[in-house]
Each structure stands twice: as C-alpha cells, then as structure tokens.
Design a protein around this ligand. Structure first.
Ligand code: ADP
Ligand code: MG
Length: 697
C-alpha cells in the first residue's frame, strides 16, 4: 500500500492553508488577527467563515456539524446537528450560520460540575476556539469549543488551558524584554505527548467482563514469562501490529496529526505513538482525537486498544510522556540553552524559574496526574515515583552548582562564567537517560512522565503554564528595575544563586525507583502523596488558590468543584471495579471452582470404589476447597466494604474509604482468585488467562 503522505496530510482539516484559499482576503485577515489576539469574532466575519467551512465540509462528505468539547467526564463530548434547513415547496438547503459556528447551547445538566450547578444555572454554552483546528470525521464537521456555564463558570478542560497559555504568554513576553528580546510579542507553550497503549485480541477482550467494564484486568495470575527478558522494547513489529500502526498513522495524518514515531514498548502487547509537538492547545485536542482514533482503528483489525494505566498486573502500565516547552513568535525555543552568553543567561534564568516552581508547587504537579488508574503505576517500579523531583543531567547540574557556589564551571577544554562565555553544548541525548525521573530535562524541553495514558493532558499543562507564569512574573518584578543597566547580570546571578540555594532539594539525578530515594526525599522535606486521595485535597491549598486567582485560571468555587469531581470520579471508578469483581467472582470464578472441586470429588469417589489411590485429587480438592472458602468470605467482605463506603456522604471521606478499605479488600480477593487459577486446569478456568491475552496478537 502506497501512501502519499503530503497529499493526504490534513486532508480532513479546515487548516490555515484551506482558510487562506477559501476565504476572501479581508475575512481571512480578520480571522487571523482575532486568533492571535484572542479577540471575539464579529458576526459578519463569522458568517463568511461558517459558510466557507460548510461548503468545504460538505465536499468532504459532511452532513452534520458538532461543537466538540472536553467536559470534566474525562472524554470528549459532541452533539450533532445537520446543516439541513427547509426551503420553499418542501425542498431542503444546507445552511450554517456564523452564530451556529461561534456559539452552541448544550444542556449542561448531565455533565459533572462538582456542585457548580447549584450556584448557577443548568444551561451551559460552548464557544468556538479558533486557535485549534476544525476537522471532518465520520460525516460531521467538528468544531473545537470551550464549555462554560451560563454564569461563566468553567465546566471543561480547555478553558483553563487557554487561560493559562495567555497568562504564560503575557508574563513571558515581559520577562524576555529584560533579556533584549524586543521583537517577541507572543510566547506559546508547546507539547508533544508520547502515547502508550496496549493492543489485545478482541476475542479475548469480549470474554473478560473486567476489561469491558473497567478497562483493566481485576483478576489474572502472572504468566510464566513477563517482561523480564526485555525482549519487547523496540522489537520488530509483528505483522498484525504493523498493519494496525500503518492504518493508524494514515488516519492520524488525515486529521492533521503529525504522527512521527511508533514502536513496541516494554511490556508484552504494549506500544507507543509519538506525534511531533505543537501548541499546548492543539496538542491537547489532537491527543484526545488520537486516543479515539486508536481505539476505533483497533476494532477494524479485530483488536482492542487499551488506554488504561494498568491493564495487567505484573507488567508495566501505560503513561503519556508530556514533553513541554515554550516557543516565541520569533522562533526561539525557550528551553534551548542557546549559543551566546546572553541566551545562556536567559535559559538558566528560565530553568531556575522552573526549579523554583516545581519545588513550590510539587503538590500541584503530582495531582495533575492523579487518577484511580494511574495510582497503580506511580511508585510501582515502572513509572516515576509519586514524589516529584527534577532531573537535569550531570552537565547542567554542574553548571548550576558553579552558579550556586560563585565558582567557574570548567570542562576539559572550556570554562564557563555566566554571562561571559558561552555554555558548553550539552549532548541532547545523554541528558535523557534517567527514565526514573518524573520531570526530566531532555536537552531542549522537559518531559513530565507522570501523566496517565488515558488522561486528558490539559490539566498537567495548565499547571505547568501557571506555575511558570508565576515564577517568571516574580523574577520580572525583581529584575526589571535593573534591565538594560550594567548591573543586570550581577542581579540575575544573585537571584539564581538564591533560588538554587533554596530549591536545590527538588533536583535529583539518581534512581527514582530505589527505596533509598523515598527516604532521602522525606529527609529533604519533599511531599510524597502515594495516592489520589492523598494529593487531591491540596488542590485548594491557599498558596495554590492564590496563583490560580492571580492569573484568573480558576476561582475558589471552580477549584473546589474540580477537586470534588476528581474525588467523586475516584470513588466511582473503584466502586465499579469492586462490583465487577464481585459479579465475576460470584457468577464465573467461584462457580467454576466449585464445579471443578465437585468433579474431583466425584472422581475420588469413583476411584475409591475400585480401590485406586487418589492422593493427588484429594490434595488439589482440599487446597481448592480452602481457597474457595476464603474466596467466598472475601466476596462478602468486599460487598460490605463497598456498601459502607457508598453510604458516606462526604466526598473526601468516601474516596478515602474506597481507597483504604475497598481497594485493600480487592487486593486480597484478587490474590486468592489468582491462586485458585494457578491450581485449576486451563480448560476449567472461565476467563482467558494472562498468557493468552498478552501473547496472542
Ligand atoms: P523519547 O522517547 O526519547 O523521549 P520521542 O521522540 O518518542 O523521544 O518523543 C519526544 C517527544 O517530544 C515528541 O513528541 C517531540 O515532538 C516532543 N518535543 C520535542 N521538542 C519539543 C518541544 N520544544 N516542546 C514540546 N515537545 C517537544
Ligand atoms: Mg520520552
């Protein structure tokens, strides 16, 4: 199959290129200006754009349009309207007005609002976000929108992201002026999200209620072979996987997603797709879209794509590395160390802003990746620990140490004095080899490795943008009086020295998986929040509320609402898992076990009649019978724990009960079931075993 990539790329996107050719020149110009300045669009322009968009979409096979938004449910939402409009004599014409493009009014009452609904009104509205791309998919024109309540409270994930990008741009532009960047008028945060996923056979999936209802296996004894041979990572692609990936790439390309890298990941049946980075806003939309396409394309191949953070116990789970940086409108990557002393100084200052920010807001970083699914990954020897720290690499760390100690940084053939000589260039790839760090500098960006595979990446990026905006604005306050004076560099050095002295504790270049690090981090006073219920309440800590308010990202109500939504979602997720476990145990696993015990007993009786020994059967039957007793007790206990947790009305109290009691009992129950599985013949076990699921594609 020959794919002409340039020809198909973005063929289903109403891209800048399409706009330029389809819109009258003045309309195009007005639209661009609106996009860049974030101004509202006037109705005349909107009507022109809508009409051109409709004609283009119809050419691409669309009959409907939908506002496409990201409510707090965790998935995207859409409601389709056709372009159809009545015309004289019972005929129909296709119509799409500027008003319909710019604003929609979906009923907000069925989306999680975390209590905001009581204070406002059930109605919500969606508003077009022209900084993302409209596209055609499955016969509809998709229009990316924000989603807010009628009284203006935000109900989605995109609005805070756009706000944080604006806040960052404003503060960064002012900050950069001090370093002589007079031409910079805009700074945009960028993201490249490496997406991990599992592919399994649909036939296996269909036989597992746990996968169907919860996205992960709640039972399953470890297979004899896991990932210990490391023979899966970057291994050659089996034909079925290769065909899937080729198909996926093509679909993503058509939607304007620069799918770039594909490979097998560490765990059996685990893979990764990485796109080329783009703006945080578009990158978030595209990641949401990519996840949906990944799932859909899998079905065409008789496969199921699992995006859960921990589908299988005992092998690695899936994350999403959120590569983050900032670009200026004149093309600088602000995390590129640069070649000149002044560029280096600017880079080191931004780096120190990040060091300070990550240290001060480690709780926010942690909770931006918190979910019931991701709790199974973080700190489990495969993903970064739940403790936030930063990895900078030895070379860069040595430079910072020199700054802190007022020393000169020397390498074999070069010395470096801040503001005087140029930094030695850091080998980009060698900076990246610490895979155990949650937040690693990788030469020209930071890689935030905590994010869960199924998560929307808006939240981590909102927090990163807000934290950096805060630190850059603090630095600007201190340094601005000296900008353009001879003393500027000395002031910068002084500032960096102080920041490093105070916040060095967040830098850790060692092994983040080691138990020593947990102790060392505690000694350094770094927060360690192992689970969602531990970190989520810190969302509304005063210091956090302060920066969100300062940059108008969230007000107190919105933040409280968000905290509640996350905690409620946590409880619901665990509840569904617990109930699925009970159901599978009562309806499938326990009956199968009892049936097999019964079979053994019958065989024992028969054998005894003819004077045979039956020691083996007796041993197995006894063992299984004991396990079945324990299994049953655990089922009953789990039901009770769930009932008790469910009755708690306080949101945090309930989430804690689900964590402390329900999850704990689920673990016990699973270990019993897994032991039963190991003692049963394969044919008698009612659900596919791990080895059948993960080694069969
Ligand atoms: P690795 O697995 O070694 O980290 P990948 O190539 O799989 O590398 O992924 C790196 C990701 O980082 C890609 O999505 C890439 O586009 C992204 N990236 C590169 N530069 C930047 C940047 N300046 N800002 C944000 N993301 C970036
Ligand atoms: Mg990576």
């Amino acid at each position: 199959m020959n794919v002409n990539i340039p020809e198909i790329f973005a063929c289903n996107v109403f891209s800048d290129e399409v706009m330029r050719t389809k819109l009258p020149k003045n309309v195009y110009k007005t639209l661009r200006r609106t996009m860049l300045k974030n101004e509202p669009l006037d109705m005349t322009t909107a009507d022109f754009v809508a009409s051109a968009m409709k004609d283009w979409a119809i050419e691409k096979g669309a009959t409907h349009y939908t506002h496409w938004f990201q409510p707090m449910t965790g998935s995207t939402a859409e409601k389709h309207d056709s372009f159809i409009s009545p015309a004289p004599n019972g005929t129909a014409i296709m119509e799409f007005s500027g008003k319909a493009l710019v604003k929609g009014e979906p009923d907000a009452s069925s989306f999680p609002s975390g209590g905001l609904r009581q204070t406002s009104n059930a109605r919500g509205y969606t508003a077009w976000d022209p900084t993302s791309n409209c596209f055609v998919k499955d016969g509809s024109l998709y229009i990316p929108t924000v989603f807010v309540s009628y009284t203006g409270e935000i109900l989605d994930k995109k609005t805070p992201l756009l706000r944080s990008m604006q806040a960052l741009s404003k503060t960064a532009v002012r900050f950069l002026k001090m370093f002589g960047n007079e031409r910079v008028t805009r700074v945009t945060s960028t993201v490249g999200a490496e997406q991990e996923y599992f592919l399994i056979d649909k036939k296996m999936y269909d036989q597992r209620e746990d996968l169907i209802l919860t996205g992960r296996t709640l039972f399953g004894a470890k297979p004899p072979k896991g990932q210990e041979l490391d023979d899966q990572y970057f291994a050659n692609l089996r034909p079925r996987i290769a065909a899937y990936m080729a198909d996926l790439d093509e679909e993503l390309w058509k939607l304007g997603i620069y799918s770039k890298t594909k490979h097998n990941e560490v765990a059996p049946a685990q893979h990764e797709m990485a796109p080329i980075f783009t703006t945080s806003n578009l990158g978030t939309d595209q990641n949401e879209l990519a996840m949906e396409v990944m799932e859909k394309v899998a079905l065409r191949h008789g496969l199921v794509c699992l995006l859960h953070e921990k589908p299988f116990e005992g092998v690695n789970g899936s994350g999403k590395h959120n590569n983050w940086s900032m670009s200026t409108n004149d093309g600088q990557n602000l995390l590129d160390p640069g070649d000149t002393p002044m560029e280096n100084l600017q880079f080191l200052t931004i780096l120190c802003a990040l060091i300070k920010g990550v240290d001060e807001y480690a709780d926010l970083m942690r909770l931006s990746a918190a979910s019931a699914g991701n709790d199974h990954r973080l700190g489990a020897d495969e993903a970064p620990p739940a403790i936030i720290s930063m990895f900078l690499g030895e070379e860069l760390d040595a430079v910072l140490k020199a700054i802190e100690e007022d020393a000169v940084f020397k390498t074999e053939n070069q010395t470096f004095e801040i503001g005087v000589n140029a930094l030695p260039s850091f080998p980009k790839d060698s900076t990246d080899r610490n895979r155990t760090s949650p937040f690693a500098f990788t030469g020209n960006r930071f890689e935030f490795r905590m994010v869960g595979s199924s998560d929307n990446i808006a939240c981590p990026n909102v927090l990163l943008n807000t934290i950096v905006a805060e630190e850059l604005s603090q630095f600007t306050e201190i340094l601005e009086p000296f900008a353009g004076t001879e003393g500027f560099e000395a002031e910068v050095k002084k500032l960096l020295k102080n920041v490093l002295k105070e916040h060095r504790r967040i830098i850790f270049n060692g092994d983040g998986y080691s138990p020593e690090w947990v102790k060392e981090a505690a000694r350094r006073g770094l927060p360690n929040y192992p689970s969602t219920v531990d970190c989520m309440p810190h969302y509304t800590d005063e210091k956090n509320l302060r920066i969100f308010r300062k940059f108008a990202i969230y007000n107190r109500n919105e933040l409280t609402a968000r905290t509640e939504i996350h905690l409620e979602k946590y409880s619901k997720t665990v509840r569904i898992e617990a109930r699925t476990m009970v159901e599978m145990a009562r309806k499938q696993l326990l009956p199968a076990t009892l049936e097999y015990i019964d079979k053994l007993c019958k065989s024992i009786a028969t054998k005894k009649q003819i004077g045979f020994t039956c020691m083996t059967e007796e041993k197995i039957a006894k063992k299984l019978n004991d396990l079945a007793d324990r299994f049953y007790d655990s089922i009953v206990r789990l039901e009770e724990q769930d009932k008790e947790a469910c009755a708690i009305s306080d949101v945090l109290g309930q989430a804690k009960a689900y964590h402390d009691h329900v999850l704990a009992e689920m673990d016990i129950m699973r270990s019993i079931a897994d032991e039963i599985e190991l003692n049963m013949p394969a044919a008698a076990w009612p659900i596919p075993a791990y080895s059948e699921i993960i080694y069969n594609v």
